[in-house]
Design a protein around this ligand. Sequence first.
Ligand code: CA
Length: 516
Amino acid sequence: MSTRWLGAFALMLSMVMLSGNKSTAADARQPNILFIFTDDLACQAISAYGEKRHLLSTPNLDRLARDGARFDRCLVTNSICGPSRATILTGKYSHRNGFYNNTNSRFDGTQQTFPKLMQAAGYSTAMIGKWHLISDPTGFDHWHILPGQGLYYNPPMIRNGEKVKHEGYATDIITDLSIDWLKNRDSSKPFVLMSQHKAPHREWAPALRDLGWDHDRQYPEPETLFDDFAGRSKAVSDHDMGIATTFTDLDVKLTPTSNMTAEQLKVWNAYYEPRNEAYRKANLSGKDLVRWRYNRYMHDYLACVKAVDENVGRLLAFLDQEGLAENTLVVFSSDQGFYLGEHGWFDKRWIFEESLRTPLLMRWPAVIKPGSTSNQIVSLVDFAETFLDMAGRPIPADMQGHSLLPLMKGETPADWRKSLYYHYYEYPTPHHVRPHYGVVTDRFKLVHYYKPDVDDWELLDREKDPLEVKNFYNDPAYAQTVKELHAELNRLRSEVQETGDPPRAAHGDRPFDTKG
Ligand code: CA
């Protein structure tokens, strides 16, 4: 071989090596994403959100808000578990990703998702905890999920297709598995880890260590605990999600949660049984019964959130120990909000604030100024776009949200959305909430309850009526607002390519637990 060829070969080789090195170095500098997700977590239960009832202190979530950003108006597009998860993965509304409800939808895992795109871009991807999309996860190097809704105690799980058993409390186990994966990951690559809790989903079973954590506190009641729904659509009053009407013995722990060991059950009963005995003797009815149930509900629900908060603390401590905190975006959110007695309800589904709004905290020291807050309308439909954008990847044109990266940097684009489209579908079971769609702005909501036995419009004005107990739709003073919101609703329906009612039961017929 001539010197000239040898020289050319050496140059080529060094270029290959250089580009190899460069690509590895660039990959290692890419930001990591730790996505901590909860199920049915109300902003009202997070002290960083500062609700005046002050139900619970959440020091670790508050730390995320203090060191990062708190989004005050992160809204969902369809307030129920599976659909929110599908929207996060795809960056698309339910009618575009095919997952409408928890009763008969099945996620089409062959479609485009952000984990697949991140994986193709060189990220390690893992999904640990509650998945709830019926089909197996796709786009993950590793997955270890609860089947269906999962159990709070000793939950069976599925690891990359194989059934495994665990002993302990689900929230702790999901965190343990998340930390194990982080320890053993391929550290030459950046990562996306989705660490997703069952908690604080119904039936709100606390960790044994937290039984009695509140010292039998009597909780401040929401102003609308005894809402009479006067002047409201039949769609709103004719529900099956009331603390008064719908709570079961399991919900209020008059019967114990399932799948505990004999030892666990003993500890459980030592707390609940004497209190249940006193309850039975008191023979409560009417408002007293609702109040008892509300207090029991708060003890259990908030204990579940307390354990989530502690486990977030464990993950944050691990990032600190490993020197990963600076270059990792930590996202904390929930698949929707929840009613903690407002309107007399538990559960979610409605376009009203407590279930429409979901927590969103983000920490990324390299980019987000500590203590930032934003009251812009953001949504779960923006998450996929955000993660791709921060990794420097193109955002596919068929995704329907917008990257939050500018907002994370403290810059609000002049054309940031001023309204959001919403559509809920699941009916009649489990909670008899009629399908409805609408437009949400900073101040107003225009809602249409359209079937099967209603055709009602409501206009809500959060400025005049923050508790959302009045319908202003037929008030002449709002005629112009109603007209403008109808036009905006039509514009949004066209923008998101919503062309009518969804097909019913058109996405698989698999019966499934429906307490999404
Ligand atoms: Ca949920």
